[in-house]
Design a protein around this ligand. Structure first.
Ligand code: PAF
Length: 515
C-alpha cells in the first residue's frame, strides 16, 4: 500500500492506473472504525483500485467546534487500510489542500450547497459546515477522478447534498451509500464516540431505540410525520441526559419537511450527551424488497430468477429484454450500433414498459408504446444486442430506467451487476454460480439438444473460462460478487432446489428484519 501526502504524488500514481482501471474513492477524516471498514470493503470489492483519503478538513469545523481535539492517528489508520487491502492512502496537509491558517470561505473559492438543503437538520446549527464538506469533496473528486465514491448513510444530510452536487454540477462519478454500522447495543459508530464515557455510551443508544420505535410504528402503517416524530421524541425523553438539538422528518433527497410519508422519509436526530454531539437517522421507506441475482453465464440464473419471482409474486425485471428492446429501437431508427452519440440522444426519450399478459412468459414488453415482445427475439436483434448493450450511454440510460422500475421494490432481477451496480441497496443479493466444469457440461447438453455435436467438454470449458475473464475484467458493468451477496453454488442443485435455496435466504432475511 502507498501512503502519499501530495497531490503530485497521488496524480503520478493515478495517471497510470486511471487509463484502464476503475477507481474507488473513500473520503474520510481518519479515526477509522467499522463504519469506514464497510465503505472501504465495498470500494475494494467494486473497483480495481481503492484510494482512501484521510484529511481532517478545517473548512467544515466552525471556530467553536472540535477541530483541534478531533482524533488523529495516521499510523493506526494506515495499518487499518493496509489490512483491508486499500491501494493508496492520500493524507495531505491542509496547506497541500490549499487551506492556510485563518482561511475560510471568504478567501477561498467554495462550493455552496443549495440553500434549501441547509435550512433544516444540522444546517442552522453548523453554519458553513456543508459548504466546507462540499468544497473538500469536490476538490477530492477533481484530484482523484474516481469511478465511484463512497459515503455513509449516517451523515444523511451530507449524502443528500453530495448527490445533488454531483447532479447539478455534472460531476462524472457514481455515488455509493453504505448503511450505518452500529455497535451491539445499537449505537451508530462515529469517530466522536471516543469522547463518550462508558455510561454516556449506554445512554446514547436511546437515539437508535427512538428511531426504532418510529420505524415500528411506520411498519404498522403510521404515515403522519407529526405522529412518527412524537413517538421518537417520547422515547428520547426517557433518557434526560440526552439533550435533543433537533428531531426532524424530511424528504431523503430534497431534505424538505414532509407532513406525510408517501414513498420515503428521513427521520433524523442530533443530540448532545455532555459536550459530545451525536447524529443518527433512519429512512422510513414503503418499499417491498428487491432481490438481486448475479453470477456467471451458465449458473441457471434466468430460469431460477423467473421461478423465484413467481413463488413470491414479485415482478421479474428482465434486464436482458430491455437491452434487446433498445437494440431493436436502434436498428429501427437506422442508427449504426457503434454510433454512441446518436444512440445516447435517441435514449433520452425512451420509455420501456412491462405489462402482464397471458403469454407463456407472462409479460409484454413495449418500447415507446410499441409492443416488441416477439420482435426482440429475432436473429437481427440477437446479432446486435451485445454491441449495443456494451455502450456506456446505453447502460447508464437503462440502469436509470431499471432503478425507476425498482423504486417500489417487489422485484427480482438478474444479471452481472444487479447487486453491485443497479440495486446496490437490494435487500437480498444472491451470487448464483457453478464450477466451470458443471457449466461446461450444461452448455454441452444445450448444444447437443440443438444438434451441435462437435464441441468437446474441454473446448467448452476453455470458452467459459475466457468468457468469465472477459466478463469480470471489462470496464463497463464487470461481473463481481457484491461483498454482501450470498453465494449459492448450483453444481448439485436442480432448478427447483436452487429456487428453494434462494427462497430460504429470503425467508431467513425477512424473519430477521421483522423481529
Ligand atoms: O464524512 C466525513 O468524514 C467528511 O465529512 C468527509 C466526507 C470526509 C469530508 O471531509
Amino acid at each position: 500500500m502507498r501512503v502519499l501526502k501530495t497531490i503530485a504524488g497521488l496524480q503520478a500514481y493515478l495517471n497510470d492506473e486511471r487509463v484502464s482501471r476503475e477507481i474507488g474513492l473513500v473520503p474520510t477524516m481518519g479515526a477509522l472504525h467499522a463504519g469506514h471498514q464497510r465503505l472501504l470493503e465495498r470500494a475494494i470489492a467494486e473497483n480495481d483500485r481503492t484510494v482512501a483519503t484521510i484529511f481532517v478538513n478545517p473548512l467544515q469545523f466552525s471556530p467553536q467546534e472540535d477541530l483541534e481535539q478531533y482524533p488523529r492517528n495516521l499510523d493506526r489508520d494506515c495499518q487499518f487500510c493496509q489490512n483491508l487491502g486499500v491501494d493508496v492512502v492520500f493524507a495531505p496537509s491542509p496547506e497541500e489542500m490549499g487551506i492556510f491558517p485563518g482561511q475560510n470561505e471568504r478567501s477561498l473559492a467554495v462550493i455552496l450547497p443549495p440553500a434549501d438543503m441547509v435550512t433544516g437538520l444540522c444546517g442552522p446549527f453548523r453554519p458553513g459546515h456543508f459548504a466546507g464538506v462540499a468544497t473538500i469533496v469536490t476538490k477530492l473528486l477533481n484530484i482523484v477522478q474516481p469511478t465511484r465514491a463512497y459515503f455513509g448513510e449516517k451523515d444523511a444530510q451530507q449524502l443528500a447534498i453530495i448527490r445533488r452536487l454531483i447532479r447539478d454540477l455534472n460531476i462524472p462519478v457514481e455515488i455509493r451509500a453504505c448503511s450505518t454500522v452500529r455497535d451491539e447495543l445499537g449505537l451508530a459508530l462515529s469517530s466522536r464516540n471516543q469522547y463518550l464515557s462508558a455510561s454516556q455510551t449506554e445512554q446514547a443508544t436511546i437515539l437508535y431505540w427512538s428511531l426504532e420505535a418510529a420505524r415500528q410504528a411506520f411498519r404498522a402503517g403510521e404515515r403522519d410525520s407529526k405522529v412518527l416524530s412524537a413517538i421518537a421524541a417520547e422515547k428520547l425523553a426517557t433518557v434526560p441526559e440526552v439533550q435533543v438539538q433537533y428531531l426532524e422528518l424530511v424528504d431523503p433527497a430534497s431534505l424538505q419537511p414532509i407532513e406525510r410519508i408517501e414513498t420515503a422519509g428521513l427521520l433524523a436526530i442530533a443530540a448532545y450527551l455532555g459536550s459530545t454531539r451525536l447524529i443518527d437517522n433512519v429512512i422510513l421507506r414503503d418499499r417491498q424488497p428487491i432481490i438481486a441475482i448475479d453470477g456467471p453465464a451458465g449458473a441457471g440464473k434466468s430460469t431460477v430468477t423467473r421461478h423465484v419471482a413467481e413463488a413470491l409474486d414479485f415482478f421479474h425485471l428482465n434486464t436482458g429484454a430491455m437491452y434487446r428492446a433498445v437494440t431493436w429501437l436502434v436498428l429501427q431508427a437506422g442508427i449504426d450500433t457503434d454510433d454512441e452519440p446518436a444512440i445516447a440522444e435517441l435514449l433520452q426519450s425512451v420509455a420501456i414498459e412491462f405489462l402482464p399478459t397471458d403469454s407463456p412468459t407472462g409479460m409484454q414488453i413495449t418500447i415507446n408504446q410499441q409492443d416488441v415482445t416477439k420482435t426482440i427475439l429475432s436473429p437481427t436483434v440477437t446479432d446486435s444486442v451485445s454491441a449495443v448493450s456494451k455502450l456506456p450511454a446505453v447502460r447508464s440510460a437503462l440502469v436509470r430506467q431499471q432503478q425507476a422500475i425498482g423504486k417500489k421494490g417487489g422485484i427480482v432481477a438478474e444479471g452481472r451487476d444487479i447487486g453491485t451496480h443497479v440495486f446496490p441497496d437490494a435487500e437480498l443479493k444472491i451470487y448464483l454460480t457453478a464450477s466451470e466444469r458443471e457449466r461446461a457440461r450444461r452448455r454441452r447438453n444445450d448444444l447437443l439438444a440443438q444438434g451441435e455435436l462437435n464441441l468437446s467438454l474441454e473446448q467448452i470449458e476453455k470458452d467459459i473460462q475466457r468468457r468469465d475473464f472477459l466478463d469480470s475484467t471489462r470496464k463497463i458493468a464487470p461481473l463481481r460478487k457484491a461483498p454482501d451477496a450470498i453465494e449459492i453454488v448450483t453444481d448439485n442443485l436442480n432448478i427447483e432446489e436452487a429456487t428453494e435455496a434462494i427462497l430460504n435466504c429470503y425467508r431467513e432475511a425477512f424473519s430477521k428484519r421483522t423481529k
